[in-house]
Design a protein around this ligand. Structure first.
Ligand code: ATP
Ligand code: MG
Length: 472
């Protein structure tokens, strides 16, 4: 049965320059170059997707994507710095140093076939009109266009209204859109948490109904989206939504179970995530390893206590417990090994922060590559548990002192007089000493090898093996 995705027809809304807040001063200059060149050669050139949404909300967009009616080969001819990527649908990457402006030709949503076994797309991606391109996108607020010719915002999908209502709403029927691509459920949660939006009732209902479909999605994509939930200091609200909409049950079953048994909305896990969000967003040491350690810390402590209670006379192997706790997530989501091992190490070494640093072992510890991450992790625990930070501050000071000691001395510490003195001491032109070639006497075995390899002196001798003829 072929079902139409779009039951309700949205009216086209165009907001002229005076009716919206997008200024070219806030658009990346390289994106503007691409837009202008496309427009000046007679093509439609729109800023599309998340950048229009963020500009309208007064936020700084992460990246600037462009939509056009120019075909991939036409785009390539216009830009020398353009590379076409993708097999099914070719996208143009226009490269400016380390920056990429993704430029894609408008395409339309393939027909959807809804059967008992799932939702299929009956044909591959094909080029389409701007309206069709807007309607193939995931959420109304992600389906807006900014036209560089008229400086107006074009809305085919009701995104402007939803921006005002602060609502994430699927374009089309959420029941179909989430089954077509289950990762969209995680994207709904990500944007709602990041922007402080709510998810509309129909989409909420569809997520609760189809959450288990997330297990059919590509695991690397899911893993990437899990780590994106931690960005923009909104992990607490994002993981709460993941749990409320039951996606946690499929993605991180151990954490779901822990939440159910530890006060649900009042679980202590939320305070650890809130503390992680409270760290400055430019804190470079907050790696995915730190994030995994924070997410699993309450379960780790619980299992540690349980193991200790079972065997009170034995010293618990913390690293072993940490591996046990992280195993399910590492296996199910295929978390990169580096993040897994960092998280295990962080959970293991956390006890060392109970005491102030003492010379000797502490020196080795602070010079370990994982130490900055251990400091970040410890800061999260200190904020969450509302402990005094005196000991942590001592560790931080000790770390700074040790790194300063090991930092190579900069030449600008030398006084300018000394530099002049040193320069004067060196004559302008040092006489060059000629090095005499060193002749070493070759050993007899080397001489033999040299003559073997030296095919200019003696022709190579080919030895033919004489194979005795066998009777046939
Ligand atoms: P961010 O600020 O995280 O980059 P974004 O909205 O730009 O947010 P992207 O993942 O960069 O998100 O995708 C760019 C645009 O492509 C989206 O705004 C959306 O219109 C469209 N899009 C991305 N993923 C999907 C999807 N799974 N289904 C439909 N449209 C999608
Ligand atoms: Mg983007």
């Amino acid at each position: 049965m072929i079902r139409s995705l779009f039951k309700k027809k949205n009216k086209l809304v165009i907001r002229q320059r005076s009716q919206h807040c997008i200024s070219r001063a806030n658009i990346d200059p390289d994106a503007l170059k691409v837009l202008y060149r496309l427009a000046n050669t007679g093509h439609i050139a729109y800023l599309v997707g998340g950048s229009v949404r963020d500009l309208l909300l007064g936020r700084v967009p992460k990246d600037f994507d462009i939509g056009t009616d120019a075909r991939p080969n036409q785009i390539r001819r216009l830009f020398r710095n353009c590379f076409l990527i993708g097999k099914r649908f070719r996208l143009a990457h226009i490269v400016f140093g380390r920056k990429i402006i993704e430029t894609s030709t408008f395409r339309r949503q393939p027909e959807t076939c809804d059967s008992d076994n799932g939702v299929y797309q009956t044909e591959d991606n094909t080029f389409g009109s701007p309206e069709e391109d807007a309607k193939r996108r995931d959420f109304t607020v992600n389906g807006l266009f900014y036209d560089i010719k008229t400086f107006s915002v074009i809305d085919y999908v009701g995104g402007l209204d939803d921006l005002t209502r602060r609502t994430m709403r699927c374009i089309g029927d959420p029941d179909i859109r989430f089954r077509e691509d289950p990762v969209r459920m995680m994207r709904a949660v990500k944007f709602a948490a990041r922007l402080g939006f709510s998810i509309d009732r129909a989409s909420q209902k569809a997520i609760l109904e189809h959450h288990a479909d997330i297990l059919n999605a590509s695991v690397p994509r899911v893993c990437e989206e899990i780590f994106r939930l931690f960005t923009y200091n909104s992990s607490c609200i994002a993981f709460k939504m993941l749990w409320e909409y039951k996606l946690m049950l499929d993605l991180l079953p151990d954490i779901h179970q822990y939440l159910e048994g530890s006060g649900r909305q009042k679980s202590v896990l939320w305070s650890y995530l809130a503390a992680l969000d409270a760290l400055p967003s430019d804190e470079v040491s907050v790696s995915n390893g730190v994030r995994m350690a924070v997410l699993h810390y309450p379960i780790f402590i619980e299992l540690l206590k349980k193991t200790q209670a079972e065997c009170p006379t034995k010293r618990v192997n913390r690293q072993h417990v940490a591996r046990q706790v992280l195993h399910s997530a590492a296996h199910g989501l295929r978390i990169p090994k580096a993040s897994f091992y960092t998280a295990v190490t962080l959970l293991d070494v956390q006890r060392r922060f109970a005491e102030p640093p003492r010379k000797g072992r502490a020196q080795r510890f602070v010079m370990h590559p994982v130490f900055p991450e251990a400091l970040a992790f410890q800061s999260v625990l200190t904020i969450a548990e509302q402990k005094g930070s005196a000991v942590l501050d001592q560790w931080r000071a000790f770390y700074e002192q040790e790194t300063a000691l090991r930092r190579p001395q900069r030449s600008d510490n030398i006084s300018p007089d000394k530099v002049d003195e040193a320069r004067d001491a060196v004559p302008e032109q040092m006489p060059r000493r000629r090095r005499r070639p060193r002749h070493r006497k070759a050993r007899p075995d080397q001489m033999a090898r040299r003559s073997e390899n030296d095919d200019t002196n003696t022709p190579p001798v080919t030895v033919k093996e004489v194979v005795p003829e066998t009777a046939t």
